[in-house]
Each structure stands twice: as C-alpha cells, then as structure tokens.
Design a protein around this ligand. Structure first.
Ligand code: TXA
Ligand code: MG
Length: 353
C-alpha cells in the first residue's frame, strides 16, 4: 500500500509549493488526483507508458478504456494529433478551457497504452485553476480518467477520491467540491458530422448552436444495452456509475412518476427492503421511504447534475437495498443526468403512465 499524500489547496489561488510537489510526482511517473470543473481526475504523465499503466491498475480500469489527455495550451493538440480541422479550431476557441473533450486522429508520439491501442485520442483543456496549474508546472500533458475505482460514480469531492483510492495513489490535491458535477461532453471529430459519444458539461444545444450539424450517438439516449457493433467509445461497454444498491429509474410526467415511485416504495417497505428515493425539490415532501433526498429543482437541471453523483454516493452509504430515482427532462444538462441514471440503473427503467 502507498502512502497517499493529502494536499489541500485554494481552488482560486492554489499554493505553488503544493502544486510543485504534485508536479514532481507526475514527473517521476506517479499518480496525482486533482479537481477539474467537472469531477476529480486521476493524473499521470500521458507520454509515460509505465505511469499510465499504473493509472489503469490503481483504478482497476479495463485496459481497453482510454483516459482523456488534459492540456493547458492549445499548441499541445498539434503534437498529440494528426490533423486539426477548422471545426476543431472553432470548438477549441469557443469551449476551451471547459468541459468539452474532443476526439482526434492521434499522432505516433502517444504510447499505445494511453489510447488503449486506438488510432484516436480524446483531449480536453480543463477550466480549473488547480488542474491548469498542475499541467503547467509539470510541463506534461496529463492523462486523467475520473478519480474513482472503475464502475463507481465519479468523485465530486476529494473525500470520495480518498474513499476509493487511498493507498493506491501518490497524492490528492483537495480543491473542494467540483462545480459541474458530471463529466465532460465527449465529441468525436474523427467522423463527419461530429458525434456526441457522452453527454456532459457542454450541452448538445450549445454544440448545435456552434456547429449546426452534430449528431447524438444512439448510446447517449439508449434505454437498453447497445449491441457491441454499435459501440464507438470504449466507455460505452463498461458498467458505470453503479452504486451497491439496485437502482430503478422511473420516467414520465411528474404526477405519474411520484405515484409510481411511492407505489414501488410501499411494495418494498412491506417486505422490509430498505428504500432510498432520489427526488426533486418539487416532489420530495410527497414521499415516504427510509431515505429521501432531493437532487434540486426540476427547473434547474444544472443543479441536478451538480448534486447527482454526491447524492448517489450518500444514499448508497446508508446501505439501502434499492434506490428509486426520478427521471428529469432530457434537455440541456438533463441529457447528461438521464444518461448517467440510465447507466446506473443497468437500464432498469420503469415508464410511469
Ligand atoms: O470531465 C471529465 O471528462 C473527467 C475529468 C477528470 O476531466 N474525465 C473523465 O475521464 O471522465 P474518463 O476516463 O472517466 O472518461 C473518458 C471517456 C470514456 O468513456 C472513454 O471511453 C472515452 O472518454 N474515450 C477516451 N478516449 C477515447 C477515444 N479515443 N475515442 C472515443 N472515446 C474515448
Ligand atoms: Mg470515468
């Protein structure tokens, strides 16, 4: 077991000695967790194959699922990729630094393990002072998947990184809770029109405004497991965001959803099954169950996204057997929320009418 160093930093003005210590770890091939504006990432030198291999091991992540490479300067894109199109330049200008990951044809300087043997690479420039300072100080492009054990919800605080990875990584930069709460949007630019592979911090609506023509991969809104030949992003085939409890997602109009959820809860409670409900501000007082938590207002889907992974972890920590979750509209940040909830439920979706 490693000793995991905890470094508390001011998210707005990170202490340069702590950033320097973390950068030294990256330079020596070590692993450092750090906050981004979306979720915490677990970083390693992207061009150091051994470091990246140990990153997969620490997370228990399957080797076929590549991490995102984080950069602090657009010039790095030109060394990491084969071709930067006009569309890519437009997107970088519009959305970087920020929660948009772009998939390019990769250049040969990237070790195979970093891209899981693919001929493409996923790159983003995060918008968080701690993340940017770490990349700049280490003068490395940093490969960073979310800093959770594979299959667990992505961590939105250093505490959750610690719970999953204490003793498995070298350091955690604690910059407080993350702002967006779900991961970046992954947009594939190796196809035309560009295709959203994972909805996230930059909405589909915002991408449409800039690109005009952009598609959603069927996986983004899938309500069942996709056949293997349809998969374009390795992350699509792995179970994700799954708490210990069984998750059931209930979709429909608010009134139908509330009565369906209470009906399900009652049928479990009678059998002494412990039930947690993920409600919204508009419905939370309507429920009776062991645990009821609100994700926020249905009219503020960004807040729902911000609270989602934290509340899934909190309710799960109460050792409930079943989590009943309310569906929200699949628009703006709701698309990312619904994608995560559907995956977390293993596609156990109930339509309330
Ligand atoms: O917000 C985020 O994106 C966070 C923070 C830390 O930046 N990172 C994150 O990384 O969520 P990760 O590794 O947990 O998710 C990366 C996703 C996976 O679904 C992976 O399959 C996909 O991006 N991906 C990586 N490289 C790809 C590629 N070349 N083509 C298609 N998908 C790719
Ligand atoms: Mg992840």
């Amino acid at each position: 077991m490693k000793k995991t160093l905890l470094l508390k930093v001011n998210p707005e003005n990170p202490d340069s000695t702590k950033i320097e210590a973390a950068a030294q770890i990256i330079l020596k091939g070590g692993l450092v967790a750090f906050p981004t504006e979306t979720v915490y990432g677990l970083g390693a030198d992207a061009l150091n194959a051994d470091a990246v291999l140990s990153l997969f091991e620490a997370k228990k992540r399957p080797l076929d699922n590549p991490p995102i490479i984080h950069i602090s300067n657009v010039s790095e894109v030109y060394t990491l990729t084969k071709e930067v199109t006009k569309k890519a330049e437009l997107l970088m200008k519009e959305f970087w630094p920020g929660p948009l990951t772009l998939v390019f044809q990769r250049s040969d300087i990237i070790p195979k393990v970093t891209v899981a043997g693919l001929d493409t690479v996923a790159i983003r420039m995060p918008k968080h002072k701690v993340a940017l300072a770490l990349i700049e100080k280490s003068r490395r492009s940093i490969a960073a998947p979310s800093a959770n054990l594979a299959g667990k919800p992505s961590p939105t605080t250093a505490k959750y990184v610690f719970e999953d990875l204490n003793g498995r990584i070298d350091a955690i930069l604690d910059g407080g809770p993350t702002l967006i709460g779900v991961e970046s949007t992954v947009l594939d630019l190796s196809v035309d029109p560009p295709m959203v592979l994972r909805p996230g911090g930059i909405t589909f609506e915002a991408l449409k405004k800039v690109l005009g023509d952009v598609k959603l991969h069927p996986f983004v809104e899938a309500e069942t497991e996709l056949p293997i030949e349809k998969i374009r992003s390795p992350g699509m085939k792995h179970r994700h965001y799954a708490p210990k409890a069984e998750v059931i997602l209930v979709e429909g109009t608010i009134s139908a959803v509330t009565s369906k959820i209470q009906g399900l809860a009652d049928s479990y409670l009678i059998k002494n099954v412990k039930v947690g409900i993920l409600a919204t501000d508009e419905t939370k007082t309507a429920y009776k169950a062991d645990i009821v938590r609100s994700l926020g207002s249905r009219f503020n889907l960004a807040t729902v996204a911000q609270n989602l992974f934290r509340l899934v972890r909190e309710v799960d920590a109460e050792n409930v057997d079943v989590i009943l979750a309310e569906g929200v509209p699949s628009e703006e940040m709701g698309l990312a929320v619904m994608n995560r909830l559907r995956k977390a439920s293993g596609y156990h979706i109930v339509k309330a009418e």
